[in-house]
Write a protein that binds this ligand. Sequence first.
Ligand code: ATP
Ligand code: MG
Length: 418
Amino acid sequence: MQPLRGTKDILPKEVQTWQSIYKIANDILSIHNYQEVRTPIIENTELFERSIGNFTDIINKEMYSFNDQGKRNITLRPEGTASIARACIANKLYTQQSINRLWYLGPMFRYERPQKGRQRQFHQLGIECIGSNMPIADIEVIKLATDILNKIECNNEYLLEINSIGNLNEREIYKTNLVKYLKRYEHELDTDSKKRINKNPLRILDSKNLKTQEILHNGPKLKEYLGKASLEHFNTICNHLEYLNIKYKINNWLVRGLDYYNYTAFEIKTKNLNQQNTICGGGRYDNLIEQLGGPCIPAVGWAIGLERLIILMQKNLSQKVKQSRIYIATQNFDTVDIIWDIIHILQEYQVKFELDLSNNNLSKQIRKANQLKAKICLIIGENEIRDKSITIKWLQTRTQQTIKISNFRKYIRYLKKN
Ligand code: ATP
Ligand code: MG
């Protein structure tokens, strides 16, 4: 049996990479007072419909939705921000502190055509800074994305693209003008864009079609419709990014796929993946929490796609499963006590070991220890059990010695020291 299309088993060798990403994120984010939050993987379908917005790809065709036994409409979360906004409202997090800095890591689900860097179950690491409308919050959030990427050692492999998509009013006026302009070229647009012209015209800006892009480049630009506050917010961010030496490119056509953003929108793209080259997407969403029935609380955040990140990391991280240094060969399981006494001591001193579970004779077990490249094989055969002793065989030098079990703790302490 194969895993479902678009899903993957993450095997022990790879889990080490995942654990190291988790640790890097946790270290960097907790210094900045971000706290991890874990929300359910299933939510009411309505949550995503109300936040992500109709006429987006996610809502139109990518959601894993089903009815549960109680006939509720349930969806496997396609992204994290909506759930966090919901959790913020449900738990009234805003009453405990005015700023909530949260981060998450977990699986997301989208029904898409699987390709390199695109799966149906994938994982996102994300942060949300909830409670500030100041540009400094946007900068902190962006800086943290680059801090994490740098620490993971894919520096110079990525570029930050940033844009301001203004507030709702500014966008509405722009939208009207954009549609007016595009209608003149409607027959020349790609099929998807044609469909979007009445439903979600801003998404046309995202089109990868060259002809559509050419038409867009000669049309009205969102930037020209931004008011003073929007422009100031954006310029402040750019100034700080320059001070921080974070390279960025202003991309006037960057709008992002989800409906809830305003002001800042950004993406971090890699230079080497071709199609799936966006590893991080984020922006400001000042109206989302209110839109979902909470108070009016501004927020900004991002999400990094971990599978895409790991593709970049593979060059940098050597992935070796650390072998146990100690192998325990034992014969007579009828005398149960000795083996557990030994294991307790290894555990106490945090020495990694592997207990032989076969029914093979001792020499076969020792051969196995050799194959696994263990340093030491602890042998507990009939003689050892009788004498309450243990034989320690150094596999590389082929020397061995037998000590009393009562001295084993001292021996391990000595081993650890050297
Ligand atoms: P794309 O344009 O590649 O479909 P998106 O705009 O739909 O990306 P977001 O919703 O912004 O993606 O999600 C943030 C990040 O999550 C993306 O930049 C990407 O790294 C990752 N991501 C999104 N969808 C998938 C997927 N199906 N498989 C793997 N990673 C994904
Ligand atoms: Mg997508």
